[in-house]
Ligand binder design. Structure first.
Ligand code: GAP
Length: 438
């Protein structure tokens, strides 16, 4: 049942241009997915909402866009070279590799089913290594960042010196991160090339608990704003033995995905671990001078960390619906207006009537000037167009018909607007359209 639900979402995503398997024409590349024409719009809407909410909408936050390739010393200092590991076992029969904490019986290979073929567990570092420049030796090794957080910590001093923010303040970044996951799985849930939206929020050491609580509720509000079903989000206090090497306290926000309750995003108290570690390794002073008290100290950090791909998957899972409308089964995505890739579609009732097409085009261009997420659709009959727009989650469909042209004088310059969820149609004036779709 869970597999079936997931298969339907994956299939719709491919069929309608949201998400395709990475490098598909070459047989794919495990752990990579490509966002198609609608997927990139959906993803951008998530990122824009996040940026507006947490960066532009607040006066204690600023943004950053740091390089993906970073000096290897940064990842040694942060503890990732030594500690960013997953436990790995390998089958001597089929040669498949598994995460030791993901297999059931440690004596049986989950792939070929042979007994006694799994190796002893060893630690596997998940960072992708590459080399910069033309020489290939130890000194040219760099890592693709495994979390965007690293770029924020190494720029703390730059931001303080150039921008002079007052504590508490945060630095936010959206960008790609790379993890050589042993077992990528569940569509875009566990991938090797992922995107994160992260905040490092710097506080006075004694302020961390209050700030942690503030960010806990801000994260929940953000999920709601994206349309993620609030009753499917749960908080998990991470046990001390499971905490990441940098964290003193972490809450995982979990979501009821079709394949089970799994981590959607995290909120961690990273203490002064990172700034102190980078100060020691780089020899730079990464303390902060509070000019109101004259005190100098290393700030502590609260880190709300959101995965873009998992947020998109939680939105898709929350929005996916099947029902019956007018005696026909249909599938639709109940995206909210903020997140929907297309806000409204405009149709001429018939595509072979030039006067209808011209008027519809006029309405389409007028709306597109105000709201770019408008689609033109004149392909197939109206019923088919409605189904297509339902499947991609377009909240409103606008049809220009003969009454719009004045066939019934009192209805001149009115159109029908159809609501995706109820299928109900209403007749409204063209002049009211902009306000209705906003
Ligand atoms: N800076 C903290 C950090 O990176 P994390 O729990 O390892 O913490 C944060 O990752 C978020 O990034 C996760 O909650 C998840 O949303 C996303 N994420 C992590 N690994 C992922 C993967 N392999 N595929 C997709 N998303 C992933």
């Amino acid at each position: 049942m869970a597999d079936e639900a997931m298969e339907k979402i994956v299939s719709l995503c491919k069929r309608r241009g949201f998400i395709y398997p990475g490098s598909e024409i070459y047989g794919g590349l495990s752990g990579t997915w490509d966002y198609g024409p609608l997927g990139v719009e959906l993803k951008n809407n998530v990122k824009n909402l996040w940026w507006r909410t947490f960066v532009q909408g607040r006066d204690d936050m600023c943004g950053l866009d740091a390089a993906i390739l970073m000096n290897a010393e940064a990842w040694k200092a942060s503890g990732h070279v030594d500690g960013f590991n997953d436990p790995l076992v390998e089958c001597s029969n089929c040669k498949n590799r598994f995460r030791a904490d993901h297999i059931g019986d440690p004596n049986v290979c989950p792939s070929c089913g042979k007994k006694g073929t799994l190796s002893a567990m060893r630690q596997f570092n998940m960072m992708f290594k590459t080399q910069v420049g033309a020489t290939e030796d130890e000194s040219s090794i760099v890592y693709l960042r495994p979390e965007t957080a690293g770029g924020i910590f190494v720029n703390f001093k730059n931001v303080v010196d150039s921008f002079h923010p007052k504590l508490p303040f945060g630095i936010a970044q959206i960008g790609k991160a790379f993890r050589n996951e042993i077992a990528p799985r569940d569509f875009i849930f566990r991938v090797r090339e992922l995107e994160q939206m992260e905040i490092e929020y710097f506080v006075r050491p004694d302020e961390w608990e209050r700030s942690f609580e503030d960010w806990r509720s801000a994260a929940l509000d953000f999920f709601t704003a994206t349309g993620i079903a609030a009753d499917s989000v749960h908080e998990l206090e991470v046990a001390s033995q499971d905490l990441a090497h940098y964290s003193k306290r972490t809450i995982d926000f979990e979501f009821d995905f079709p394949f089970g309750r799994k981590e959607l995003s995290g909120l961690a108290y990273r203490t002064d671990f990172d700034l102190s570690a980078h100060a020691k390794a780089s020899g730079q002073d990464l303390s902060y001078l509070d000019d109101s008290t004259g005190e100098r100290f290393v700030p502590h950090v609260i880190e709300p960390s959101f995965g873009v791909d998992r947020t998109v998957l939680a939105i898709l899972s929350s929005a996916y619906r099947e029902d019956e409308l007018g005696g026909e089964k249909r599938t639709y995505l109940a995206f909210n207006k903020t997140i929907a890739p297309i806000k409204a579609a405009v149709f001429p009732l018939l595509k072979n009537k030039p006067e209808l097409v011209a008027k519809a085009r006029e309405v389409y261009l007028m709306l597109k000037k105000i709201e770019p997420r408008i689609m033109w659709d004149d392909n197939g009959n109206i019923g088919k167009r409605y189904r297509r727009q339902d499947e991609i989650g377009t909240p409103a469909c606008i049809t220009i018909d003969f009454d719009t042209l004045g066939e019934t004088e009192s209805l001149k310059d009115t159109v029908t607007i159809r609501d995706r969820d109820s299928g109900q149609q209403e007749r409204i004036a063209i002049s009211e359209l902009a306000a209705r779709i906003a």
